[in-house]
Design a protein around this ligand. Structure first.
Ligand SMILES: [Zn+2]
Length: 188
């Protein structure tokens, strides 16, 4: 191959490259995190507690959450983490507990709405990390089922860790911390 042919070959490659935008276009990855937190007091039915539900999975327990909706603290905290990451109003603003529409509401509808808002903004959920602090009932036996259910809604890896208060305090409550990562590509 002569030098001229080599030169022409590379010029053609350069032309194809620039016409496809290669070299001039840069894809930038936007990554954000959001933190969500929720707490519900737990009580017997007589005391006003509802059915215990963790990440969309109902659990047989003597005590359940006192809440306007179904009181699923895990789904509430994930919803807030995602909304926070994408800069949307929080769960209390979007789904006020004074609105009769949300009485005994299935909290997965809140999470579905948060994911939809994320997707509309071009965001995909990267992963979600959850810590549940609860002495009773034990959430360990339901962790896998709960993870699978949440993964179906958010289409991303989910991890749940269960903790107790190590006997500190007498409060019957479920407390949940969540960190969610969202990502989207944008043309720089
Ligand atoms: Zn809540």
């Amino acid at each position: 191959m002569s030098k001229t042919m080599v030169l022409v070959f590379f010029m053609v490659l350069w032309y194809i490259g620039t016409s496809l935008g290669v070299g001039t276009m840069k894809i930038r990855m936007d990554i954000r995190i959001g933190h969500g937190y929720d707490l519900h007091r737990l009580a017997t039915v007589e005391e006003g507690g509802g059915t215990m539900v963790i990440g969309g999975i109902p659990i047989e327990a003597e005590i359940g959450p006192i809440a306007h909706s179904d009181g699923d603290a895990v789904l509430h905290a994930i919803t807030d983490a995602i909304l926070s990451a994408i800069g949307e109003p929080d769960i209390g603003q979007l789904f006020p507990d004074t609105d009769p529409k949300y009485k005994d509401a299935d909290s997965s509808t809140f999470l579905v709405e948060a994911v939809q808002r994320a997707n509309e903004g071009g965001w995909a959920i990267g992963n979600v990390d959850i810590t549940v602090i609860c002495d009773q009932p034990k959430i360990g036996p339901y962790r896998e089922q709960s993870c699978t259910n949440i993964q179906k809604i958010i289409a991303a890896p989910v991890n749940i860790k269960g903790k107790t208060r190590e006997g500190f305090g007498q409060g019957k409550a479920i407390e949940v911390h969540v960190v969610a990562l969202v990502q989207r590509g944008s043309q720089a």
